[in-house]
Design a protein around this ligand. Structure first.
Ligand code: ATP
Length: 323
């Protein structure tokens, strides 16, 4: 192995830059040449590569987003697109790839390996924490901290005006962000896709006479929850409880940006470092994650198809703590 390339793909996540830095500096330390690919698979097809040196990744560990940019690339979903990408990689003598992204990016990397034999190590870069094979994904910790800071601020207004705030957080069809933000934000209710009884709990909460006398509440709602989002939900709850002053807030993309937390920087650094060593050791089609504080390797196929469950004891605990 003489030359590797690193790219970011799918949605951006805080900590991707720390991960790029780690791949570049570990690669160079191990005597490899390292290139970056701009805009993920799109750049691979467009031959948009750049050489990376130690200094190229100076002063980026604290930056959100990704210096390599990211993109969603439809061409790569076709065999012709992947052929072009493979031709470009071969013409540049790239022996291995580090792909920082989510499930879709993993799927692309698996196909590139199966069709063209190009080894790739996938690293979990998404705020949603919904990837199998790792306890945490790069960007999750930053995202939940951003959301909790927002909730602390909303709580001031909720308290001052005696209002109920429904706060929608990201997470797609998974409730990792929702449950974590709900617990750490001290929410009175948490609605996540994995909990099919969560709406009953909300009604129980509002129906209890002692709770109705409490002046304000924060309800965290995961975007993938079955209730259809905070706007629909606030309408329904307002009709059922006309005496409550209910407001809806969608936190949206502020959760995706910002300087990564120390935890995300450490996670990204560990995974980037291990990815380079995995390529050097000859691993070809694997993802890396951290499980019980140890780096764990999972084949792409398994990481793509296995479901990562939410810790159900957290759901029970959250209910008890909020009552
Ligand atoms: P995020 O979790 O942020 O959505 P992701 O990696 O899942 O990240 P996607 O948009 O699903 O994001 O995938 C990123 C890119 O991976 C796609 O734009 C496409 O180029 C490639 N890709 C996704 N699915 C496939 C597939 N089935 N075959 C080939 N390439 C794919």
């Amino acid at each position: 192995m003489k030359k590797i390339a690193v790219f970011t793909s799918g949605g951006d996540a805080p900590g991707m830059n720390a991960c790029i830095r780690s791949v570049v500096r570990t690669g160079i330390y191990e005597g490899l040449e390292v290139e970056g690919i701009r805009r993920g698979y799109q750049g691979m097809i467009d031959n948009d590569f750049l050489p990376l040196e130690r200094r190229s990744v100076a002063n980026i560990i604290q930056l959100g987003g990704t210096i390599l940019k990211t993109a969603r690339c439809l061409d790569f979903m076709t065999p012709e697109g992947r052929q072009k990408a493979a031709d470009n990689l071969r013409s540049r003598n790239i022996d291995g790839l580090v792909c920082i992204g989510g499930n879709g990016s993993y799927t692309g990397a698996l196909k590139l390996y199966e069709e063209h034999g190009i080894p790739t190590i996938g690293l979990p870069g998404t705020i949603d924490n919904d990837l199998y094979g790792t306890d945490y994904t790069i960007g999750f910790d930053t995202a939940i901290n951003t959301a909790v800071q927002a909730i602390d601020k909303i709580r001031d207004t909720a308290d001052s005006h005696d209002r109920v705030f429904l706060v929608e957080v990201m997470g797609r069809d998974a409730g990792f962000i929702g449950i974590s933000v709900g617990i750490s934000g001290g929410a009175e209710g948490i609605l996540i896709p994995e909990d099919t009884h969560d709406m009953e709990k909300i009604h129980r909460y509002f129906d209890r006479s002692d709770r109705r006398s409490k002046s304000f509440s924060i309800i965290v709602v995961a975007e993938g929850d079955q209730e259809g989002g905070v706007l629909v939900l606030s309408q329904k709850l307002s009709e059922k409880y006309p005496d409550l002053d209910i407001r809806a807030t969608i936190l949206g993309h502020i959760q995706r940006g910002g300087s990564p937390t120390a935890n995300d920087r450490i996670l990204a650094s560990r995974l980037g470092y291990s990815a380079v060593h995995a390529l050097i050791q000859g691993h070809k089609s694997q993802t890396l994650g951290i499980v019980n504080d140890k780096v764990k390797m999972t084949p792409f196929d398994e990481a793509i198809h296995k479901h990562k469950p939410i810790n159900s004891s957290l759901i029970r605990m959250a209910e008890i703590l909020s009552s």
